[in-house]
Design a protein around this ligand. Structure first.
Ligand code: NI
Length: 243
């Protein structure tokens, strides 16, 4: 795969890109089966986090996620999706294969009542004592639209540092983070068909609306980064401090 220099430039300028197809229909169907087994069978019970609900697991799951699903289903390591996502990551970050760090992440936005994912920067979740350059490849398993929670990006927002965040709604018992003052610049919605993907810098502010449709919206995410380097004078990220 050749990634044209102008796309790399555009990524660095805007902080995000639409990548086109990274997975074919057969693989998407298989991923949906894997997704539904992991979220539905209890197999992953200990691995499911609800980003938007209380961390104690009480209440309906509003935005359930599984970190590192490849630990549960090792075949996920061998998908065309992961291979192509990694090629993009190498080109956009400008580092060779063996210097990339990576983890996978599945996000389910349930039918009808899947809540919004508030504005945030992925790097706000990272330990500030370490610095890396990174990006998030986001691929839905059904067509993602503004009605079921496609991503929205704040153009150029990755050029600023990590802005103040807090736990969603100011509730420390909720794991997910939100920006205290969401961005006011130009925002672009990125609807993508099933098996296509977007990529954003871990500093790009992004948002996804609620799922207002009667079908679930599944997304499989790969996060890639350069090797983390120690920061001598870390900025405070008080929202990461234990409650
Ligand atoms: Ni995010």
């Amino acid at each position: 795969m050749t990634v044209h220099a102008e796309l790399v430039d555009r990524f660095h300028e805007t902080g995000f890109l639409s990548l086109g197809a990274l997975s074919d229909a057969t693989e998407v169907r298989w991923l949906i089966d894997v997704f539904d087994v992991l979220f539905g069978s209890g197999l992953a019970d200990g691995s499911i986090l609800d980003i938007a609900g209380p961390g104690d697991g009480t209440g309906a799951r509003r935005l359930p996620q599984i970190l590192r699903p490849e630990n549960l289903v090792p075949e996920l390591m061998d998908t065309g999706y992961r291979r192509r996502a990694k090629e993009w990551a190498q080109a956009l970050l400008g580092v060779p294969d063996d210097e990339l760090t990576w983890f996978g992440h599945m996000i389910l936005k349930p039918a009808c009542d899947g809540v919004e994912t508030p504005w945030h920067q992925d790097e706000a979740y990272f330990d500030p004592r370490w610095r890396l350059r990174g990006l998030t490849v986001w691929m839905p398993l059904e067509d993602a639209t503004v009605h079921n929670g496609c991503l929205h990006f704040a153009v150029g927002s990755h050029r600023q540092g990590v802005r103040p965040h807090r736990h969603i709604g100011g509730r420390r018992d909720i794991r997910g983070l939100e920006e205290v003052a969401p961005p006011h610049g130009r925002v672009v919605a990125c609807p993508v068909p099933a098996g296509h993907a977007t990529v954003h810098d871990v500093r790009t502010a992004h948002y996804a609306g609620p799922n207002r449709t009667d079908r679930p919206r599944r997304a499989y995410v790969h996060v890639f980064g350069t090797a983390a380097e120690p920061v001598t004078d870390p900025e405070p990220r008080p929202w990461l401090d234990p409650a």
